[in-house]
Design a binder for this molecule. Structure first.
Ligand code: PMT
Length: 431
């Protein structure tokens, strides 16, 4: 557990609880956050009150709970309990503007659990109760921990809403996969309270994380490339950039300087990363060549198109009655280029395969002559929010079980730090 340092100011969050069986986990989350030194103001939807009572949450947080948009002065009086006394601060809600004031002195709003219905509201900017109004009127980051049945999670509408939240810059924590209250098995469980508390603290108090990558420049590629055929058509793939952006986020958390070279995606770059947007593999190679000189670690997460059209047309090619053949040229191998530099950074590749995953990934690691390759099943990894990784290095295979991409990225970086250290500081065995 990360320790709270005395000289770091307490952080303030609004913990929004929505209706779902996972609401009981919000009680433990509140306890853990307060223990970590976070000031927690709870706000609950009407549905949430059917699952856990405001009295319980008031007792745990030490403050009256916000439930109603129409009652001014309903609570945030911050009489405080012992641990939160120093944070006492009154929100003036006499003017009926509680939904505006509440987020102004808050470092983040965390919705845990976030039901499918509430996620839909957020995605569409609806504000018909206190919590959704608080979210729409906020001027602070929004963190969302989804919790729902697996079919609800997989439903196209929910996935569309989640994509919307991600592109709106909302931070998504989870969900996890596992057994569900309804008896089914799959994605949709809210992350455990301890896991959420750790991630929320990492977000609020980045100074508390061990800075394993201070003074380290990580250069990484993410997303697809787009190889034009004519003015309107091209060759690309379904990489969303989520895995690469998660690696960039995790590297920043560990104190690295991050340069993210990204093909076309709908994502916002993590705050603090230097983003270089490119389109084609040739552009990506050129950007890598310009940035690689002082890179300590290079991570190729991008799904670079293997081929491009030999000839491109600046105009739209007109449809004809006869057969049309496309002549393709192989693209330059960006990771191969970096790995073969006279003084290469520590190189990590990714391999997305549809079959014989381990075999192909082993071969790629040897052909590219890199210390570590990260294997994932293409059909499960591309575009998804969660993934499963197999890290392959000289010592063998190491599985990172299914989890959201940010959790995997954090574990991957810890592995990279340890492997890089062990390869540059080998243990000397006495003869
Ligand atoms: O973006 P997401 O939707 O989150 O999906 C993530 C992902 C599935 C794209 C990612 O996890 C992944 O596996 N990326 C590598 C995709 C791939 O199949 O790469 P590859 O097998 O073609 O190439 C192997 C390695 O060489 C990769 O590190 C790649 O970045 C690199 N490469 C490949 C070709 C090329 N011309 N230049 C390269 O640098």
């Amino acid at each position: 557990m990360i320790q709270v340092l005395r000289d770091i100011p307490a952080r303030r969050i609004i913990l929004g609880i929505t209706g779902g069986i996972a609401a009981y986990k919000a009680a433990e989350l509140t306890r853990l956050l307060i223990k970590q030194g976070t000031h927690v103001q709870v706000a609950m939807t009407e549905a949430a009150c059917h699952f856990i009572t405001p009295t319980t949450m008031q007792a745990l947080s030490g403050h009256p709970v916000l439930t109603n948009l129409w009652i001014s002065n309903q609570g945030i009086n911050n009489q405080g309990n012992g641990s939160q006394e120093s944070d006492n601060q009154s929100y003036n809600s006499d003017d009926g503007m509680l939904h505006i004031h509440a987020s102004r002195t808050t470092d983040a709003i965390v919705i845990a659990p976030a039901s499918a219905d509430f996620i839909a509201k957020l995605a569409h900017g609806l504000a018909d109760d206190l919590l959704s109004t608080l979210c729409l009127a906020r001027n602070c980051p929004l963190i969302v921990a989804p919790a729902m049945n697996r079919q609800m999670w997989e439903n196209t509408a929910t996935q569309r809403n989640i994509q919307q939240l991600i592109s709106d810059g909302v931070i998504l924590l989870g969900p996890d996969s596992g057994s569900q209250a309804c008896g089914e098995e799959g994605m949709g469980r809210m992350q455990e309270a301890a896991h959420l508390a750790r991630d929320i603290q990492a977000f609020l108090q980045p100074k508390l994380l061990p800075k394993l990558l201070t003074d380290t420049h990580i250069l990484l590629t993410a997303g697809p490339t787009y190889e034009a055929i004519d003015a309107v058509r091209g060759i690309t793939n379904r990489s969303s950039g989520k895995m690469g952006y998660a690696v960039a986020q995790a590297a920043l958390e560990l104190g690295a300087k991050v340069t993210l070279i990204s093909g076309p995606t709908a994502l916002s770059a993590p705050q603090g990363a230097k983003l270089i947007q490119v389109t084609s593999a040739a552009d990506m190679l050129q950007a890598v060549q310009q940035q690689v000189a002082d890179a300590d670690i290079f991570i190729g997460v991008a799904a670079v198109a293997d081929y491009r059209a030999t000839q491109t047309s600046t105009q739209k090619i007109k449809k004809g009655a006869t057969k049309l053949s496309l002549d393709l040229l192989p693209n330059p191998d960006i990771l191969g280029y970096v790995a073969s530099l006279p003084k290469p950074p520590f190189c990590v590749g990714f391999a997305a395969e549809s079959h014989d995953l381990i075999k192909h990934a082993h071969e790629k690691r040897l052909i590219k002559n890199i210390p570590l390759i990260v294997a994932n099943l293409a059909q499960q990894a591309i575009g998804a929010d969660d993934n499963e990784l197999i890290l392959i290095d000289h010592a063998g295979e190491h599985v990172l079980p299914r989890a959201d991409k940010l959790t995997l990225a954090r574990d991957l970086l810890k592995h990279i730090v340890a492997l890089r250290h062990s390869l540059t500081h080998p243990i000397k065995v006495r003869a």
